[in-house]
Ligand binder design. Structure first.
Ligand SMILES: C[S@@+](CC[C@H](N)C(=O)[O-])C[C@H]1O[C@@H](n2cnc3c(N)ncnc32)[C@H](O)[C@@H]1O
Length: 368
């Protein structure tokens, strides 16, 4: 049976623009919320007890507080990729929007603070192309604040319609099928018919917070769903590509408070899920390493002394001084890496844009 997603109205904005509200759909499957919290706890225990490469689930970093800390990090002038991505968008956005037909759906995956989005939506305005834009993220606050700012810019637009989706990437795949079967009428294309194409915008190198195989599975999930719904689909993906280790590590300087605050927030979140103070910040230092063979930056918590963590039941583990727990990965993938990842799931890179400083690239990805 089709489920209509719950609708959250942004109160102040909907009042100011009666009849043209910005809707945020809560697409988290309600019955799964408690289950997903248990899952995070279980993932946490499994990750910490992994005998070879202990880790915490990186989703712990992306709550409302984590996102604010991440934003502070990215706005730091030393965090080069963010500024490079803004630069390439400002220079090449018309060409990128050129590949998105009027009347399309544009779904931004992991939209965060939506800093870059207004550059893209402004190009739709200039090119007089209709677009229904959906911002998707797990953070309600980012969606409300970010869409509020976009509303101020595009609230009166004839071409740009704004929406929000509160949920995970996987929830987004599920929502798409319901959207087409139940919600298509909300977002008619300019010819009065429903949209024929979906473009998934995935910027800020978020795709490379996954291992390549896991990223490929997500891309495939979206593209297979579109295919089953008779929608054409493409991805516009912004990635960090710098292979110069010194430059990469300058952006991820573990002595920078902005980076440490963001990363250590993961330990606070772990304590919350474990319902006790298992981790004390003073026991750990933040360590970043770039592996030039697999093009992955890895950020770790490194034990500053011997640390014994007790996780209840039989779960106990001793970390010796220098032992590490993986906090997050951020791939610095070349176009060949992306092509290889896509090829395995029936996708291909159809066009690329590279920043002048070689720090980042945008790729259009389509089914082969
Ligand atoms: C690296 S940040 C990028 C933010 C923004 N796109 C930018 O370019 O600055 C990753 C974003 O993805 C979101 N995110 C992480 N995991 C997610 C998931 N499983 N489902 C949905 N959003 C997720 C985070 O909340 C965060 O906003």
């Amino acid at each position: 049976m089709a489920v209509t997603p719950a609708e959250i109205l942004i109160p102040d904005i909907s009042l100011a623009h009666k009849g043209k509200e910005t809707l945020i759909y809560d697409i988290k499957q309600v019955q799964k919320v408690e289950q997903s919290q248990c899952n995070v706890r279980q993932q946490l225990l499994d990750g910490l007890m992994d005998p070879i490469s202990p880790s915490i689930p990186s989703i712990l970093l992306w709550d409302d507080i984590g996102l604010k800390l991440f934003e502070t990090l990215t706005l730091n002038p030393r965090y080069a990729p963010f500024h490079s991505e803004l630069g390439i968008l400002n220079q090449r956005v018309e060409e990128m929007v050129d590949i998105i037909p009027s009347g399309s759906l544009l779904i931004e995956l992991g939209c965060g603070s939506l800093h870059k989005t207004s550059i893209i939506l402004s190009a739709f305005e200039r090119q007089k192309r209709y677009v229904t834009y959906y911002a998707l993220d797990v953070s309600r606050r980012e969606l409300v604040e970010g869409l509020g700012k976009l509303r101020a810019l595009f609230g009166q637009s004839k071409y740009v319609k704004l929406r929000g989706l509160l949920g995970s990437y996987e929830d987004g795949i599920g929502w798409l099928s319901q959207y087409v079967t139940t919600g298509n009428g909300h977002d008619e294309g300019d010819d009065g018919a429903g949209p024929k194409m979906v473009t998934f915008l995935w910027v800020g190198n978020s795709i490379a917070n996954f291992a390549p195989d896991d990223a490929a599975v997500l891309l495939q999930g979206f593209s297979v769903m579109c295919e089953s719904l008779n929608l054409s689909c493409q991805f516009l993906v912004g990635v960090h590509t710098c292979q110069d280790e010194a430059k990469v590590l300058a952006s991820y300087d573990s002595t920078e408070p902005a980076l440490c605050d963001f990363i250590f927030h993961g330990l606070d979140q772990a304590n919350q899920h474990l319902q006790e103070e298992v981790f004390r910040r003073g026991d750990w230092i933040c360590r970043c390493e770039f592996d030039s063979t697999d093009h992955m930056l890895r950020v770790y918590y490194e034990a500053a002394r011997e640390v014994r963590i007790e996780l209840g039941g039989d779960h106990e583990r001793v970390f010796n001084c220098g032992d590490r727990i993986l906090a997050i990965v951020s791939g610095k993938w070349t176009v060949e890496d992306i092509q290889q990842m896509c090829g395995g799931v029936g996708l291909e890179v159809s066009r690329s844009w590279r920043s002048v400083d070689y720090e980042c690239e945008f790729h259009a990805i389509r089914p082969q």
